[in-house]
Design a binder for this molecule. Structure first.
Ligand code: MLT
Length: 264
């Protein structure tokens, strides 16, 4: 059993077969994976935890690090009795945690999915912005974190083209708590640079990125895919930072093909 001080995470699950852990981004919850929980249930067993202080998971005691979060995610697999390797995917902050899993628990990986994410650590300016975000959350609660991100989450044209996706995102972000936002910003601020890890990743890796991601430029995805030996890059047109919601059908098609390929 993986030792963790983090209380067990609340998990949404669907399907059966190859276990696939999906780790949400910031400041989201497992609800962001609804189209995958429904659309991929015929392909695999999806396990989508709420990170501590988000959705239905309790807050975590310190240390607030991506390594502690990686450990809590591996404990989700343990709790399900999944000892063999699983496919681990994470979107944005979830990708930072997936990379920590690749570093700390390579034996638990059958495949890796790096979704709307990057390998590098925060620079000085990004760290200062995390500090501001932490102070704001402590003073005003969790809402400003989501409000600050909202205008950048979708591809610019999708706010008008997909008002229901924009509304859904607001609903998802309502599941953040102050403790969760402070923990996540702290963990992201202090995360290590995963760039040196990339060339040592041995499992098949799928890198997915929205062509119009305004949070993390697609050049980051291109660089990760170029550095990981057994990887493929899928750029999704008409999608921003949340291609799993903006182009759910295309996203599910790409992920299903990848999961089938790691099983052959
Ligand atoms: C996320 O979408 O998880 C975050 O925007 C990532 C970040 O702030 O670095």
């Amino acid at each position: 059993m993986t030792e963790t001080k983090i209380p067990p995470l609340h998990v949404q699950s669907s399907g059966s077969g190859t276990p696939v852990l999906l780790i949400h981004g910031f400041p989201f919850t497992s609800r962001m994976w609804q189209p995958q929980l429904h659309g991929l249930a015929d392909t695999c067993q999806i396990l989508a935890p709420d990170l501590p202080g988000f959705g239905d998971s309790p807050a975590a005691p310190p240390p607030h690090t991506v390594d502690a979060l990686a450990q809590a995610c591996i404990a989700v697999l343990d709790a399900q009795g999944i000892r063999g390797p699983a496919v681990v995917g994470g979107l944005s902050m979830g990708g930072y945690i997936a990379l920590a899993i690749a570093r700390l628990y390579p034996e638990r990986l059958r495949g890796l999915m790096l979704l709307s994410t990057r390998a590098g650590a925060d620079g000085a300016e990004a760290k200062a912005n995390r500090d501001k975000g932490i102070a704001t959350a402590q003073e005003q609660g969790p809402a400003p974190a989501g409000e600050g991100m909202f205008p950048k989450l979708l591809a610019p044209g999708n706010y008008a083209a997909q008002p229901q996706t924009a509304e859904e995102l607001k609903g998802i972000m309502a599941g953040a708590t102050t403790e969760g936002v402070v923990m996540a910003l702290t963990a992201m601020r202090d995360r290590p640079d995963s760039t040196p890890l990339l060339s040592s990743i041995r499992v098949p890796t799928l890198v997915v990125h929205g062509e119009e991601d305004q949070v993390i430029p697609k050049s980051e995805a291109e660089a990760m895919a170029a550095a990981i030996p057994n990887s493929q890059l899928q750029l999704i047109p008409n999608a921003g930072h949340v291609p799993n919601l903006e182009q759910a059908e295309k996203f599910n098609e790409v992920v299903a093909a990848f999961i089938r390929s790691v099983n052959t």
